[in-house]
Design a binder for this molecule. Structure first.
Ligand code: PMP
Length: 289
């Protein structure tokens, strides 16, 4: 566990602390059939929680794990679990499924054996002035017909881990990751945007990377604010020519990038505007009662 003040939902009840929920013989333990989603609670807000609950069910189906909790039910369970946290606490919300049994081949999960848990843990939001840096990586995103890239699956993350470890060993905060064709896809833990001449650009969702919920929210906010948005093919070189670069993801919503290898950026007006728009939108949502 990385956070503190953990609560775990399993088998119909919330428990204080981290629980041993998976058995050694579970399909997920040895064959990697695990999916999860990540959402955030902060200051009474849990932006796009409904979409994160829907996505974990879709991720399960992509791995042939049968989802057992509807998105609506899951949202309610999460709000119940969050009742033990102060409004000021920043909580990482992680619903997850895994397969318990396989069929006679052992490889294919059976539809009657799904594990489900929700983990809540306090992980602070990054400071308001946090920035990160990017470098290239020799590792790439897998393609659709060789991995379950359309799911938020645990088994995809060891590839992201080696990208991130490689970037950190070079002294950078994250890796700008390409797809199999050599086009920029995302980073090891978030989606990426750049601004050039007032136009907001982000790699087009081509199925090889996680087209994030936060990415979609920022695109909506930008368009509603009259900012031109292009989902397009971007190369590493385009990022060297960019005026602004930032990352998006549920964990910290928007993180300015201050450098890509030798290229430096300032936190620009569109990055600042989108941060403002995100929190204005989040604060306008109904808060917990
Ligand atoms: N890409 C990867 C690899 C991620 O792990 C995340 C975080 N879930 C994202 C992108 C951002 O997705 P979201 O905005 O849905 O959190």
């Amino acid at each position: 566990a990385v956070g503190k003040n953990i609560h775990t939902y399993h088998n119909g009840a919330w428990h204080k602390g981290d629980l041993p929920i998976m058995n050694a013989a579970d399909h997920g333990s040895w064959l990697g059939t695990t999916v999860f989603d990540g959402a955030r609670f902060w200051k009474g807000m849990a932006p796009d929680l409904d979409l994160h609950c829907q996505r974990v069910n879709a991720s399960a189906e992509a791995l042939m794990i049968t989802p057992t909790v509807s998105a609506e039910e899951m949202e309610e369970l999460i709000w119940d679990g969050l009742a033990t946290y102060d409004d000021e606490a920043a909580v990482y919300i992680r619903p997850m499924y895994w397969a318990i049994n396989g069929d006679q081949s052992a490889i294919v999960p059976t539809s009657d054996s799904t594990g489900f848990a929700i983990c809540l843990e306090e992980i602070p939001m990054a400071p308001d002035n946090a920035v990160t840096t990017l470098t290239t990586t020799r590792f790439r995103r897998p393609v659709l017909d060789s991995s379950v890239v359309n799911a938020k699956a645990g088994c995809l993350y060891p590839n992201n881990a080696r990208m991130l470890a490689e970037a950190r060993a070079k002294g950078f905060g994250n890796a700008l990751v390409c797809d199999a064709l050599g086009n920029v896809a995302e980073t090891a833990s978030a989606n990426v945007f750049m601004v050039k001449d007032g136009v907001l650009k982000t790699p087009i969702a081509n199925g090889t990377f996680l087209s994030g919920i936060t990415r979609a929210r920022h695109i909506k906010n930008a368009q509603a604010d009259g900012i031109e948005v292009q989902e397009t093919v971007l190369q590493l070189d385009d990022f060297h020519e960019a005026d602004e670069v930032f990352l998006t993801g549920n964990m910290n919503k928007i993180t300015p990038v201050s450098a890509f290898d030798d290229t430096q950026y300032q936190t620009g007006p569109i990055t600042k505007r989108l941060k403002q728009l995100y929190w204005d939108w989040a604060r306008s949502l109904p808060k917990r009662g």
